[in-house]
Design a protein around this ligand. Structure first.
Ligand code: S3P
Length: 170
């Protein structure tokens, strides 16, 4: 495979989990965008939001995306909000095949409810909030995606098989 595989989707869509499994299956290297930002900044995402605000995080996110897109043949697990900026989408489109993972708000809540490392969801851990933010971003995710895989009620290996199948038919 020549190009990067970029996993996008809302928080809790399974990008990190799927990326790990795809790495095993393909032998490709993986990069987790959030982990990359945290390492580069030497600070958690919660602390970045708390100390510098979301705008700062979004700026760093774009800088890191540009760096990450210099590499080839990687599985890139993207932060859930990265598609919102046009500039980011341009870099992503040029960098590889974009795979959208989707999940219902209910499935999403189940997957994220015990985690406290997503500042946007802290204090907003409910289906209503998730539905509203997901609806705001939905058209964007769909417009950007080359391949779409629904993840509800599927195992990680089923999801990965579907991704590989759909990419091979592109
Ligand atoms: C965010 C998603 C998070 C992380 C940050 C903001 C978002 O990534 O980048 O907390 O705006 O959707 P995950 O989608 O990997 O949780």
């Amino acid at each position: 495979m020549e190009n990067n595989i970029l996993l996008i989707g809302f928080m809790g869509a399974g990008k990190t989990t799927v990326s790990r499994e795809l790495t095993k299956l393909t032998g490709m290297e993986e990069i987790d965008m959030d982990a990359y930002i945290v390492e580069k900044e030497g600070m958690s995402i919660n602390d970045m939001f708390a100390q510098h605000g979301e705008e700062y995080f979004r700026k760093k996110e774009t800088e890191c995306l540009i760096e990450i897109m210099q590499s080839k043949n990687r599985i890139v697990s993207c932060g859930g909000g990265v598609v919102v900026k046009d500039e980011n989408v341009e870099h992503m489109k040029a960098g590889g095949t974009i795979v959208l993972l989707t999940a219902t708000p209910e499935t999403t809540l189940e997957r994220v409810k015990n985690s406290t490392d997503r500042p946007i969801l802290n204090g907003n851990m409910n289906v209503e909030f998730i539905t509203e933010l997901m609806n705001k971003r939905k058209d964007r995710y769909l417009a950007v995606a080359d391949v779409i895989v629904v993840t509800d009620n599927k195992s990680v290996s089923e999801i990965c098989a579907e991704i590989m199948d759909k990419i091979s038919k592109k």
